[in-house]
Design a protein around this ligand. Structure first.
Ligand code: AMP
Ligand code: MG
Length: 387
């Protein structure tokens, strides 16, 4: 059985095939650019007024004749000579002959004569052409994460689509005879199926497509559904059936199908039976059925792989925090504990069993504690994984 660190290293080193796709801008939030994007225009494209006020051609004295008005969007280029001005509004094109815009608060107007209360500075309140970016310069470079600001920036340059790394298509296979869909009264001996929707929600930002398949604890059916999912999807997640019980058929099925084992079983709690493997360039992870174990393995092992396929090679978000209480570790396995941090301190939550999601629902991190027999005092530093 390998350690958590070894398992993470193995997954970190698998070669991932990234592919590109061209998508319209409204679909690329959270995607990663797969190519540099060059600006097709200067921004601003013309000398732009940064204020409501008056555009002037500066003169020695402080009064100017008002000869017209320019609104945002107007295209007329009013001719000005020294000592003349036009009323102008924010975003409007400054006449070529004007060399300053005086904000309205510094102006007084009497009939068609403007008096300014300040010494004008050349080009004040005029945004120069290309102040933000010049035509053909790189607007955003390859590997940039597209967030709302990035998408707004690109739209402002007139860009309508970009090349990004494709997010993986994921198939989730849920195994278990005992599982019943929520929505009907619970028959004796059964439980409601919850891993399917939970993993689907955890995956939603990370995938282009998710499909959930259900299968009973039967060897042939299990093998068939895994084979089909591998043929269709980039990544296959399997829930349950990966332990050593008489009705756990996932491991044998994976072997018979020819999935290359990267590792099976990790010295950790929860999630000891975790399996990782590859089939050509597909990645297959079998997660334990216990809901908290399944979700813990998802955050620690699956999430980074999915991010990597989608071009985001930033490692998992971890931090060091101080325990808000004493804690005794007495475990031959490394542990991931449901926990809550606030500022610099972190507290272990109750109900740590792998079957329990009640406190996971309130957790904002997992504390990683190496195996062993030791005592942590309040204030001890521990590693956390953000979730
Ligand atoms: P397994 O890993 O299949 O041995 O399942 C371990 C435990 O997790 C059992 O108590 C199962 O009933 C439970 N379990 C497995 N799959 C699910 C699921 N999809 N939703 C809720 N509980 C599950
Ligand atoms: Mg099972």
């Amino acid at each position: 059985m390998i350690t958590v660190v070894e398992a993470l290293n193995i997954l970190n080193n698998i070669s991932i095939r990234k592919s590109e796709i061209t998508l319209p801008l409204h679909l690329v939030n959270n995607y990663i650019l797969s190519q540099d994007v060059f600006s097709p225009i200067n921004m601003p494209p013309f000398r732009q007024s940064a204020m409501d006020g008056f555009a002037i051609q500066t003169d020695e004295n402080n009064s100017y004749k008002i000869i017209g008005e320019i609104k945002a969007g107007d295209t007329e280029n009013i001719k000005l000579s020294k000592g003349q001005s036009v009323k102008i509004f924010t975003g409007a094109k400054v006449p070529d002959d004007a060399n300053a815009v005086i904000q309205i608060e510094k102006c007084s107007v009497n009939e068609s004569i403007l008096t300014i209360e300040i010494e004008p500075k050349i080009n004040q309140n005029i945004r120069p052409i290309g102040e933000q970016i010049f035509i053909n310069d790189i607007a955003l470079s390859k590997d940039t994460l597209l967030n709302p600001a990035a998408i707004g920036f690109l739209a402002g340059l007139g860009i309508t689509e970009v090349k990004v790394y494709k997010k993986p298509s994921v198939g989730i296979i849920v195994t278990g005879n005992e599982l019943i869909e929520p929505g009907i009264p619970l028959p004796d001996g059964k439980i409601y199926e919850s891993n399917g929707i939970m993993l689907q929600m955890a995956l939603s930002e990370l995938t282009s497509e998710i499909q959930v398949y259900k299968v009973f604890d039967e060897y042939q059916a299990t093998k068939q559904v895994i084979e089909n999912a591998i043929a269709i999807h980039d990544v296959v997640l399997i829930s349950g059936g990966i332990s050593v019980g008489d009705y756990d058929f996932v491991y044998d099925s994976l072997q018979v199908i020819g999935v290359q084992t990267l590792f099976y079983k990790v010295n950790q709690k929860p999630g000891k039976p975790l399996f990782a493997g590859t089939f050509n360039d597909k990645v297959i992870l079998a997660l334990p059925g216990n809901p908290a174990a399944s979700l813990t393995c998802f955050y620690i092992y699956v999430h980074p792989i999915l991010k990597k396929i989608a071009g985001n090679s930033k490692t998992t978000s971890t931090a060091i925090k101080e325990l808000s209480h004493d804690f005794v570790v007495d475990n031959p396995r490394s542990q991931f504990l449901k926990a809550n941090y606030l500022d610099a301190t972190v507290s272990v939550l109750s109900h740590q069993q792998s079957s329990m999601l009640n406190t996971f629902a309130l957790a904002n991190c997992l504390i990683y504690l190496p195996e062993g027999n030791y005592e942590l005092k309040k204030g001890s530093k521990v590693d956390i994984y953000h979730i």
